[in-house]
Design a protein around this ligand. Structure first.
Ligand code: NDP
Length: 497
């Protein structure tokens, strides 16, 4: 929230959500300043590109080293701004560093110029596809994983040869500026990676600033605004949005492990994980045993201060009434609580809540709750679980627990990522893409696809020698016409499959 107007730019404060104390005061970078930042980043982009893969790799790996050396500082800062335990914050940072190093090391191989076959008709041509960085990439990030999430775009965009302007969430501006400060320690020149702090208006300014690509991570609601704004200037976007991730527990699942992992997926980080479990579909034959294990596990975890509890507060105060409304709506529509209930919500904390038999039409099943609650519904078959999983408007991640049928089930799910007999693990594997379908967004970060996302394909064809017969001039003869039709007939005319 803007608090005062000093000098030229307004400022806002960031708070520690556990104590409500002010952590810092930050500038609300306005539209004109955002444009200046983008223009500065543009002035650096040619030099950054010309460093080549090897030059950039050296710098990005040096940055990774600085981040590792200062991981305690990073963990403390994230914990203060989000309220999560320091150990969770450090885990998040290690994963982000892993992605940075992978992107730095893999860019040359993934983005190398490729030679393609020209085909018989164009046999005299060489055909190549180059990958070109866009120029300046704008990155807009959320607060729930303030280093891991934006670095999924920043690392890959930089490694691909773009300069970056990053707008962190107004809840975690300190982490954003800390990232820029650590990069500055290894940067060979200025303006390769800039941070613009501020509110939603600053994000809007970034969308309209003339960046060459915009990578957004946040809610579906804001993503649609971002896509609309960017469409006006034909700025390409990658949108990483919310989810309502299902977990399928088949009859042959390892129930103990499934309960332990699903509980962590749903409740860790106070349930503020885009790929966290929100709905569990468990086969009725094993439901009682699974639910008992889940409830037993949940009784042993608690919300509270980062130094004392398994997870912290809801970082955004405005999420509390949303979480409460989901519980109220589910219970009013016939669900029962196996653990907790409305009384579990005591701002800024929410104790673990496990709801059973939640009507599929209730908001606890249709909308992202983003709190430490989980809905568990029994199903009569795996087919029913798959159909209910796919009935969501979201399609981000999913988890499948089955000893024998995991891959078969996974193949039928409409989502961007699935873990079999595991949870969330795809986010920690740098070599695989991350992203969703439907309301969960489009485009991919991480992995080779994440590097490709921050480049565009440039086709370059070259004439190697002259053919006796030419097709692409006004001097084309009737013989050439006949030849081309004859050739295409003999090449493809008889093909049936
Ligand atoms: P929001 O959509 O509220 O905000 C995301 C970012 O967009 C923030 O930096 C915000 O700034 C900025 N913003 C707000 N309004 C605008 C606008 N009009 N134009 C441009 N930018 C704007 O999301 P949250 O920060 O609350 O993050 C939580 C959401 O992110 C959840 O839905 C979660 O599922 C999703 N998420 C998705 C991930 C994925 O990879 N798929 C990963 C992590 C989270 P400000 O904070 O200043 O308002």
């Amino acid at each position: 929230m803007p608090t005062k107007s000093t000098e030229k730019l307004e400022t806002f404060e960031s708070f520690n959500p556990t104590t409500n104390s002010v952590l810092g005061t930050f500038l609300i970078i306005d539209e004109a300043e955002v444009r200046r930042s983008v223009s500065a980043a543009r002035s650096a982009s040619k030099q950054w590109h010309e460093l080549g893969f090897r030059g950039r790799k050296k710098i990005l790996l040096a940055w990774a080293k600085v981040l590792i050396e200062r991981i305690d500082e990073c963990g403390t800062l994230i914990s203060q701004e989000t309220g999560k335990p320091v150990s969770d914050a450090k885990l998040e940072a290690t994963l982000a560093i892993g992605h940075l190093a992978w992107a730095a090391r893999s860019a040359a191989e993934v983005l190398r110029t490729q030679h393609r076959k020209p085909g018989l008709l164009m046999a005299n041509m060489s055909a190549t596809v180059q990958r070109s960085p866009f120029g300046v990439v704008g990155v807009i990030g959320p607060w729930n994983y303030p280093i891991f999430t934006p670095m999924g775009s920043i690392s890959y965009a930089l490694a691909a040869g773009n300069t970056v302007v990053f707008k962190p969430s107004e809840y975690t501006p300190g982490v954003g500026l800390w990232l820029a400060a650590t990069f500055a320690e290894v940067a060979p020149f200025e303006n390769i990676f800039r941070v613009v702090t501020g509110t939603g208006d600053t994000g809007r300014g970034l969308c309209e600033s003339g960046v060459d690509k915009l990578a957004f991570t946040g809610s579906t609601h804001t993503a649609k605004k971002v896509a609309e704004l960017c469409a006006k200037s034909m700025t390409p976007v990658v949108l990483e949005c919310g989810g309502k991730d299902p977990v399928i527990i088949a009859e042959d699942a390892d129930l103990k492990t499934a309960a332990e992992f699903s509980l962590w997926s749903a409740m860790s980080n106070a349930g503020q994980t885009c790929i966290g479990a929100e709905r569990i579909y468990v086969h009725s034959k094993v439901a009682e045993e699974f639910i008992a294990l889940l409830v037993q596990g949940a009784k042993n975890i608690k919300a509270g201060l980062p130094s004392e509890a398994n997870y912290g507060p809801s970082t955004m105060p405005k999420q509390i009434p949303i979480i409460k409304s989901h519980i109220v709506d589910a219970l009013a529509n016939g669900a029962t609580a196996a653990l907790g209930g409305i009384e579990s919500v005591h701002a800024p904390y929410v104790d673990p809540v496990i709801l059973l038999n939640v009507p599929e039409s209730s908001i606890a099943m249709t909308d992202e709750t983003f709190g430490p609650t989980i809905a568990v519904n029994k199903v009569r078959s795996v087919e029913e679980a798959i159909a209910l999983s796919n009935a969501s408007s979201y399609g981000l991640g999913a988890a499948v627990w089955s000893r024998r049928h995991g891959e078969e089930i996974a193949a039928q799910l409409q989502c961007g990522m699935v873990s079999i007999n595991s949870t969330i693990s795809f986010a920690a594997i740098a070599s695989v893409p991350f992203g969703g379908v439907k309301n969960s967004g489009y485009g991919r970060i991480h992995g080779p696809e994440g590097l490709l996302e921050f480049t565009y394909a440039r086709t370059v064809v070259r004439s190697r020698f002259k053919l006796p017969v030419v097709f692409t001039t006004f001097k084309r003869t009737r013989f050439a016409d006949k030849l081309i039709v004859g050739l295409i007939k003999s090449l493809h005319g008889r093909s049936v499959g």
